[in-house]
Ligand binder design. Sequence first.
Ligand SMILES: Cc1ncc(COP(=O)(O)O)c(C=O)c1O
Length: 484
Amino acid sequence: MSWADIYPWRSPEPDGPVIRQVYDQVRGAIHQGALKPGGRLPSSRDLATRLGVARASVVAAYDQLLAEGYAEGRHGSGTYVSADLSGVIDLAQAPAAPVAAAPDPPMTRALEAVMGLPPLSPHAQTFSNGRTLMDARAQDAWGKSTRRALRALSPVDFGYSDPAGDPRLRAAVADYLRAARGVVCEPGQVIITTGAQHAVDLAARLLLKPGDAVWLEDPGYAPTWHALEQAGARTVGVPVDRQGLVVSAGVAAAPEARAAFVTPSHQYPLGVALSMARRLELIAWAREAGAWIVEDDYASEFRYAGQPLASLQGLDGGERVIYVGTLNKALFPGLRLGYMVAPRALAEPLAAIRRMTDRQPPTPTQAIVLDFMESGQFAAHIRRRRLAYKAQRDALVAALDRRLGHMLEPDAPDQGMHLIAYLKDGRCDLEAEASAQALGVIARAISPLHHRAPAHPGLLLGFTGFPVAAMDPGVARLAAALGA
Ligand SMILES: Cc1ncc(COP(=O)(O)O)c(C=O)c1O
């Protein structure tokens, strides 16, 4: 089969020359690029049947196209659009009819910022953040889950389904979060999303009207700022210190804010955990102000030492907190599956908003993840990842101390997927980022992630995507870039 088999062929007009009309139609489709060089044309018998004309008319039209170089015949296998049309037509030529200029789409600061970002590469460049490693056991188990889950799909799985996700996966996620994160929830409160970013966007769409004030961590995760600005919210940066978000500063700046978007278990980018005192303060403010807290727990799986602080959602009892998590970090970013846990009153409206955007999560992917969880492979994978990522973090810190100890001061967190290496000599982190990039090392400057607070310049280095053996060579390149 080729695209020509589904091309919308029209029957010739009754009062015109049939051969000429067939010829014009095929030639026109080639000129428009609808039929590509090298593509097979329908057999003369098939095209004649579809057009309701005599086969001889199609043969005559094809002969003409063959003679002019539009088509070529391959002995015994039919007629093809010529593989090389360069001598016949210029496919790149501009369309003849002038096209009226379309009005520009309404631009916002956030849209301009995101459009200015470099393209996302599927290839992890040294120290790029948010990457994961699936070891051979995980890949093998994933393959088995895929085969089992796809074999077990039944006709209902090929149809539309609940925008909040497969009820069995929602129940499995609820079990997991109750056990691992102390989240207080039942399956009906879980909404399966395509990831943490999707959940943030859904929460913004539901909770915020244009002009509503919203607290964000400063410094903070740029994509969350972008999503909220695009939603028309008035973003209020709240400073972060060694205990995490300075709640009193948020109260002083915008007590009436409608929501606070925070990363309490591993503040992005600084890596600090929100202290218990600040957690209680934040929840107390939200209760009093009637505000929502969106808890982005994007890297909660990767805790390397000490007791994890239970989720804000659990502490609050699920009244004011919308909990957000992702499987794109626990497994791999290309998966595009995550979840949010909403207070009961918000679960149904969130599912309705989701239905208006991308309708529902994909059934086959949900089935695969469910199998991976139910077979115990998810828990086993997380346990192995914790050990591996801890070793990677330690190897990175050791290499930084050895090669760049005089220039950088790494702040290795007990959780998460990256660390910050602070620049000791007050050197500009943007310049350091550019020099590193020139040698293929991604060391993101943290100063642009600050909005108002003065930045202590530093470089954000991801360690989860690179094996221990890659750390020293990567740091050697960074050292060369920094002129160490
Ligand atoms: C703080 C934070 N939130 C959310 C995300 C987005 O995760 P996802 O890929 O699930 O959309 C990331 C990814 O790096 C992140 O660092």
